[in-house]
Write a protein that binds this ligand. Structure first.
Ligand code: AMP
Length: 224
């Protein structure tokens, strides 16, 4: 299946994408991770990437033309053929129709759009405690999902990192960007009867069970 996960920062998209990838073998494509990887490869010749880092650190959006170009290139990789979980794209109207164009050119479509809702007040605690492994992408939380050894990834032993934009100040901007630029894309997916809204405020496993239930219902509906 090709799944799109939507939700404000801190809604748990990455955590759920990781679980879906593990269970179903669909490839998790996070545009935020993709950009952070790109930023890590910065060389003096790629000084323009510095501008991208500044935009991300401020919690604003990277220009559409660039995101579309990067995503188009990424989606060429064969790993997405067996299904994908898109996390972080689309975030604007332009990205919505560009994604549709990209997929239809490959004779593909989205099978489900899952919106994870979350209380904005709860998001700050989630974001400030969030840590991740830069090598294998495993996600942790200092209080709700701590690693066995402080600061170290359980899976590969790499030192965990905190994202530069996971701060109270940047979060306010990111939530505002979600409300103003991304939330307006939701009616499009509602109209297409693709959108399932799931509360992301419960435990990771409860949210995962809800997503799985929704996906089973979609599969069943497709068969009838
Ligand atoms: P995320 O990891 O999804 O929270 O993304 C981190 C940051 O990467 C965002 O705050 C944006 O600056 C940038 N970014 C990720 N995906 C997109 C996108 N689809 N359009 C524009 N900017 C993006």
């Amino acid at each position: 299946m090709n799944i799109l996960l939507l939700g404000a920062p801190g809604a748990g998209k990455g955590t759920q994408a990781e679980l879906l990838q593990k269970k179903h073998g669909w490839t998790w494509l996070s545009t935020g991770d993709m950009l952070r990887r790109l930023a890590g490869q910065m060389t003096p010749e790629k000084a323009h990437i510095e501008r991208l880092c500044a935009i991300m650190a401020e919690g604003r959006l990277i220009p559409d033309y660039l995101m579309v170009m990067l995503l188009e290139e990424e989606l060429q990789r064969p790993c997405y053929e067996k299904g994908f979980i898109l996390d972080g794209f689309p975030r604007t109207d332009t990205q919505v129709w560009q994604l549709e164009k990209m997929l239809s050119e490959k004779d593909k479509k989205l099978d489900a759009v899952i919106l994870l809702t979350v209380d904005e007040k709860a998001v700050l605690a989630r974001i400030e405690g969030r840590r991740s492994c830069p090598k294998c992408r495993a996600g942790y939380h200092l209080t709700t999902q701590p690693p066995k050894k402080k600061g170290v990834c359980d899976k590969c032993g790499t030192a965990l990192m905190q994202r530069e934009d996971d701060t109270a100040k940047t979060l306010t901007r990111r939530l505002e960007v979600f409300r103003i630029q991304t939330a307006p894309i939701l009616p499009h997916y509602k109209r297409g009867d693709l959108l399932t809204e799931i509360s992301g405020t419960r435990s990771v496993q409860q949210v995962f069970a809800e997503i799985e239930k929704a996906l089973r219902a979609i599969k069943k509906k497709r068969k009838t």
